[in-house]
Design a protein around this ligand. Structure first.
Ligand SMILES: Cc1ncc(COP(=O)(O)O)c(C=O)c1O
Length: 376
């Protein structure tokens, strides 16, 4: 992996050994014939798409799944030749480049196929997966006649290869299986309408693959679980592997000062010292995705939990220390330091959101440092 120098004491540490271990355990848990597409969209949920892709491919995943064609092209650009599926909608005009780069696209409109057919050069073909909307209400065909038209169009054209068909569950991470079962039956019905079954049939995300044996078909799409995070609180104790969080976030103190009673901290001057207090400044702020709602959240300084005080600024955050600490002291915002551990879920809880959003939201201004047992 290429080494890069950063001039900033804030970094996200990506534990590639944990990633490798999570995905190999998932690989072992699933039937051998089940192919895994690893969801590395959104810069691998903020973990870094290229190092993540290389690691999970080495650990036995079959292919990669992204949201947009640009993401797929960036992975090809990095020299990765594994199958890549674009899960979201792409422009028909761009079908030629996907065909040329051997990238599979998601399709669900006949008009789109007609337009795409015009731009795919003779002698090449585009691998397509038909998306069925079985209840997510997002993209995909909803009726059997749409499916029939699309399948017929693909089969009669030499510019397309019918590579897959899939759907996406909206409640696989819930214990109540009622809606999940409705979606599953609808998908099974769509499959029964096909004239020919394509090589890849897939429905399951992490929750589906790990908690619903009937959703595997022959391929699954695993995202959040390989990053060591649970798809939801409801099923966090049902995951059949020993997960380890891959993402952690750290910074170092840039300034420490003693405040006296009545002195203030931050924009709006809304934090006031009630006695002599040690306040430290950290070089991370909302422009890094460490957003203002985290005011009051506790981070780890020299093995102790300490609160964020005052409003989080664009580039800086202030914390209250129990005593003076040297400039350069490492502060852990997510992850383990001495006895304490802050999980991505703790941050999600404070932000009243899901763990997916937390790692995705840490912006590219924060360097990702890749750690393995061999090398940092
Ligand atoms: C279509 C599709 N498949 C698979 C995934 C991966 O889901 P998860 O991260 O829950 O495993 C996603 C994630 O959003 C998705 O949109």
């Amino acid at each position: 992996m290429e080494d890069k120098v950063f001039y900033r004491d804030t970094w996200a540490e990506i534990d590639l050994d944990a990633l490798y271990s999570n995905i190999s355990q998932i690989r072992e848990y699933l039937p051998e014939e089940t192919k895994i597409f690893a969801a590395v969209k959104a810069n691998a949920y903020g973990h870094g798409d290229i190092p993540t892709s290389k690691t999970v491919l080495a650990a036995g995943v079959h292919g990669l799944a992204v949201a947009f064609l640009d993401e797929a092209l960036a992975i090809r650009e990095a020299g990765i030749t594994a199958p890549i599926l674009v899960l979201g909608a792409s422009r028909a005009d761009d079908a030629w480049i996907a065909a040329r780069k051997n990238i599979s696209l998601t399709v669900f409109q006949v008009d789109w196929l007609q337009e795409a057919e015009k731009v795919i050069p003779a002698g090449t073909n585009l691998r397509v997966h038909i998306k069925c909307d079985t209840g997510m209400g997002r993209i995909g065909i909803t009726k059997e006649d749409e499916l029939e038209q699309i399948e017929d169009f693909i089969l009669q054209s030499d510019r397309f290869f019918f590579e897959g068909i899939f759907t996406h569950f909206s409640t696989a991470d819930q214990l109540d299986e009622t809606y999940y079962n409705q979606q599953l039956s609808r998908f099974q019905y769509f499959l029964s309408c096909l004239k020919t079954l394509p090589p890849y049939i897939h429905a399951a995300n992490s929750a589906g693959a790990l908690c619903h044996h009937d959703s595997l078909f022959n391929t699954v799409r695993i995202g959040i679980a390989m990053y060591g995070l649970s798809p939801s609180d409801e099923i966090k104790d049902n995951l059949p592997f020993n997960r380890k969080e891959v993402f952690s976030l750290h910074t170092k103190i840039t300034h420490v000062k003693k405040l006296h009673v009545g002195e203030k901290v931050g924009y709006g001057a809304d934090y006031t010292a009630t006695k002599d207090e040690w306040i430290a400044t950290l070089p991370i702020g909302y422009a890094d995705g460490w957003i203002r709602k985290l005011k009051g959240f506790e981070v780890i300084a020299d093995g102790e939990m300490v609160p964020i005080v005052g409003k989080i600024c664009m580039d800086q955050t202030m914390i209250k220390l129990p005593r003076s600490m040297p400039v350069g002291t490492q502060i852990t915002l997510i992850g383990k330091q001495k006895e304490h551990f802050i999980s991505v879920d703790d941050v999600a809880k404070k932000l009243e959101t899901i763990n997916y959003e937390v790692t995705c939201a840490i912006t590219n201004r924060v360097p990702r440092v890749y750690k393995t047992s061999k090398k940092v």
